[in-house]
Each structure stands twice: as structure tokens, then as C-alpha cells.
Design a protein around this ligand. Structure first.
Ligand code: NI
Length: 175
């Protein structure tokens, strides 16, 4: 497994619309998933990474809210998420987000507080999960990457809602 280089804003490859994962038996796809897992593990307190951040334009993300500094009580642990679609969402909440592709900044972003997501796991098996709170926020952030969107696109005001990180340390949660 390999730790992949993360593309940094404003790299245009972060703006691609990603293609669905179709051949789950393809060793290259499975290898990319393993590399993304290794990449997530290499970034302390990082809770998610999307394939396009590693230059791979596939509808694929991995997340693990158990890696947060203060993990939410109801998280689902490690999720390998292929071809996700939000079936239902509810509520809205402002929260602070970071991103490996914008390592110097955090921002306040409005997200749904509850989402029901349909996806396929790394073996192509269908799943439906209801996610709430921080975990719902993380999957919405990562799914944005699959459409070429970044959290800075969702700020109401760059002046009021964008913050420069005070340090690069492992204490802040990033996705
Ligand atoms: Ni991100």
C-alpha cells in the first residue's frame, strides 16, 4: 500500500466530476482503495479522504469518524463508500470544516444534520446508512469532492467564514 500525494487547491483536478466505480473486481480499483486507507492513516486526526484528492477521478471516498479528536458517540467507524447518493436529508447546522487539500484553512459550512446515504461497499454490495451530526457532515464534505466541489465553495462569506489555521499540528480534524 502507498501513501498517495494529496492534490492542493487550486489544482484543477480537484474540480473534476468523478466517474462511477463499476468493476469492483479490478485490482487497480482495490489497490486504490488500499492506498486511500494508507493515506488516511498517514494523516493524524484526518476523518476522510476522497479519491479525486489523490488524482483518481472515481466516485469513491473513505471516512472514519473514530479518528476524530472527539469521536461522536454514534459513528459507524471505517466506511469505504463507492457511488454514494443521498436519499434523504433533514435539518441544517453550521459547523467548522477543514480539508487536506486546503491545509492552511478552516471554514464555517452549512450542512444537513441527518442524511440517509445509499452506496456500495468495496465489494460492490449495496448499503443504506443513516448518518447524523458530525458523521453526516463528513460524508457531505467528501461527496462534494466527487462533484468537484470544495468547502470554500459553500461559505456564505469568505470574510466572515474562512479562517487561517494557527498551526499545522495533528490536533485539528481534517477531511
Ligand atoms: Ni476535503
Amino acid at each position: 500500500m502507498t501513501v498517495l500525494d494529496i492534490l492542493l487547491y487550486p489544482d484543477e483536478r480537484l474540480r473534476q466530476e468523478c466517474e462511477p466505480v463499476e468493476d469492483f473486481a479490478d485490482p487497480a480499483i482495490q489497490g486504490t482503495i488500499d492506498d486511500l486507507l494508507e493515506t488516511l492513516a498517514a494523516h493524524p486526526a484526518c476523518v476522510g479522504v476522497a479519491a479525486p484528492q489523490a488524482g483518481c477521478p472515481l466516485q469513491l471516498l473513505i471516512m472514519d469518524c473514530g479518528r476524530a479528536r472527539k469521536p461522536p458517540a454514534d459513528h459507524h467507524g471505517l466506511l469505504v463508500v463507492c457511488n454514494p447518493a443521498i436519499l434523504h436529508w433533514n435539518g441544517m447546522e453550521v459547523g467548522r470544516e477543514g480539508c487536506l487539500s486546503l491545509p492552511d484553512y478552516t471554514g464555517n459550512v452549512v450542512r444537513a444534520t441527518e442524511v440517509t446515504v445509499q452506496f456500495q461497499n468495496r465489494h460492490g454490495q449495496e448499503a443504506v446508512l443513516a448518518l447524523t451530526g458530525f458523521e453526516a457532515r463528513v460524508i457531505q464534505h467528501e461527496m462534494d469532492h466527487l462533484e468537484g466541489k470544495l468547502f470554500v465553495d459553500r461559505l456564505v462569506s469568505r470574510k466572515a467564514d474562512l479562517f487561517r489555521r494557527k498551526n499545522y499540528g495533528p490536533t485539528k480534524t481534517k477531511g
